[in-house]
Design a protein around this ligand. Structure first.
Ligand SMILES: Cc1ncc(COP(=O)(O)O)c(C=O)c1O
Length: 359
C-alpha cells in the first residue's frame, strides 16, 4: 500500500489551474456548447454505415490521416504537407504551444475569448497575457502590437469569429498584426462555416500564419476532428510533437465522407444562419436583454438581473445554455447556441416567461 503526498508531487503551475468547466446538466435542449443540434443528414448517415464496414478496426489508424488530408487539400486548394489533423482543434492549440513556447515564454490573446488558449498555455508553463477588447469586443492594431512587443510574445491567438462574444474582429487590425508581428499568428476559425470569412488566402504570403478549423461546430463534435493549415515548415515541426495515432480511424474516415458530401451539411448551416437572425431579432425586442451581434452559431446576451438565476430557471425548463458571469467583463452574460427551429422557439418561449416573472 502507498499513501504518498500527491499534492507535493504535482507541479505548482498545474495546481494553480482550474479545469475547463463543462456544464453537465440533464437537459433535453442542449444549447451550451456551440454544437450543431441537427444530427448528420440521413444521406450522410447511410454513407457512414457503408464506410464503417470497410474499417480495419484491428489495425492502428493511418498515422498520416492521408485520405482526410487529400479531401481537405482539394477543398481548400492547399497541399497536403500544409495540413495537420488533430483530435479536435484543442489538441492543435496544445501542439502549437509545445512547438513554439519554452516554459516562461508568452502567449497573447484578446480577452474575453476561448478559455483554452490560457488554460493550455499555463498548463505547459507558458505565460498567458490577455489584451482587453473594447466595448464593441474589438481592438486596435497599434496597442495590440505594443502588447506583443512588450511581452515578447511567441504566439498570438485570434478566435475568428470570437468565442464567446460572437463577432469577427476587424480584418484591418488582424492584417496589421500579420504584417508586423514576427512570432506565430494563429487564426482560430472554428466557426468559419458560419462567418464564411477567412485568412486562408494570407498563407501564401505569411509563413508564420496558422489557420485552425474544426468539424465540431458543423455536426461531428463526437468524433473530435480539427485541422491546422500552415506553411510546411510549421507542419513538419507539429508532426514531431503530435502523438502517432492522435486521430482515430473512425474520425478520419467519417470526416472525409462528410467533407466529400458537404451539400446536406451546408443546408443545415444555412438553416442555422436563418435561425440565428430570427433569434437575434426576437431577443433584441426584449428590453430586459442586451444582445451582441454574432457571426457565429451562438448569441451572447446580457440579462438585467442575475444570469445565474436565469440560467437555473432555464435548466428547470430543460434548457442548457452557458453562464459566463464568472468573467469580469461578462457579468450577467449568457451564451446560447443556435439550435434547431423547435429548440430555438422553446428557448424564446421560456426566456420570455422567465423575464416576465419577478426576479
Ligand atoms: C474558438 C474555439 N476554438 C477551438 C474550439 C475547440 O474545438 P474542437 O472541438 O475542435 O477541439 C472551440 C470549441 O468550443 C472554440 O470555441
Amino acid at each position: 500500500m502507498a499513501n504518498v503526498n500527491l499534492d507535493q508531487l504535482v507541479k505548482d503551475k498545474i495546481k494553480a489551474l482550474k479545469a475547463y468547466h463543462v456544464e453537465n446538466f440533464d437537459c433535453d435542449i442542449k444549447l451550451h456548447a456551440n454544437e450543431n443540434s441537427y444530427p448528420p443528414p440521413s444521406e450522410i448517415l447511410d454513407l457512414f454505415q457503408d464506410t464503417f464496414r470497410t474499417f480495419q478496426l484491428n489495425r492502428y489508424p493511418d498515422p498520416a490521416s492521408q485520405r482526410l488530408k487529400d479531401v481537405l487539400s482539394q477543398r481548400l486548394s492547399v497541399s497536403t504537407n500544409q495540413l495537420a489533423i488533430g483530435n479536435g482543434s484543442d489538441e492543435l492549440i496544445q501542439i502549437l504551444i509545445q512547438v513554439f513556447c519554452d516554459p516562461g515564454d508568452t502567449v497573447v490573446f484578446p480577452d474575453p475569448t476561448f478559455a483554452m488558449y490560457s488554460i493550455i498555455a499555463r498548463g505547459m508553463g507558458a505565460k498567458a497575457e490577455s489584451f482587453p477588447l473594447d466595448e464593441q469586443w474589438d481592438f486596435a492594431a497599434e496597442p495590440f502590437l505594443e502588447k506583443l512587443e512588450q511581452t515578447q510574445a511567441r504566439i498570438v491567438f485570434f478566435s475568428y469569429p470570437n468565442n464567446p462574444t460572437g463577432n469577427c474582429f476587424n480584418r484591418g487590425a488582424i492584417q496589421k498584426v500579420l504584417e508586423n508581428f514576427k512570432g506565430i499568428t494563429v487564426l482560430d476559425e472554428a466557426y468559419y462555416d458560419f462567418a464564411r470569412d477567412t485568412f486562408l488566402d494570407q498563407l501564401e504570403t505569411h509563413n508564420n500564419l496558422v489557420i485552425l478549423r474544426s468539424l465540431s461546430k458543423i455536426g461531428l463534435a463526437g468524433l473530435r476532428v480539427g485541422y491546422a493549415v500552415a506553411h510546411p515548415a510549421i507542419i513538419e515541426q507539429m508532426d514531431k510533437i503530435r502523438l502517432p495515432y492522435n486521430s482515430n480511424t473512425v474520425s478520419q474516415e467519417l470526416a472525409a465522407v462528410l467533407l466529400n458530401r458537404f451539400g446536406p451539411v451546408k443546408q443545415q448551416i444555412d438553416q442555422i444562419l436563418e435561425q440565428r437572425d430570427w433569434l437575434i431579432k426576437i431577443l433584441s425586442n426584449l428590453p430586459e436583454l442586451q444582445i451582441f451581434p454574432s457571426d457565429a452559431n451562438f448569441v451572447l446576451f446580457r440579462v438585467h438581473r442575475s444570469s445565474e438565476e436565469v440560467f437555473n430557471q432555464l435548466v428547470e425548463k430543460g434548457i442548457l445554455v452557458r453562464d459566463l458571469n464568472s468573467h469580469p467583463r461578462l457579468r450577467n452574460c449568457l451564451r446560447v447556441t443556435v439550435g434547431t427551429h423547435d429548440e430555438n422557439a422553446e428557448f424564446v418561449t421560456q426566456i420570455k416567461s422567465i423575464l416576465r416573472s419577478k426576479g
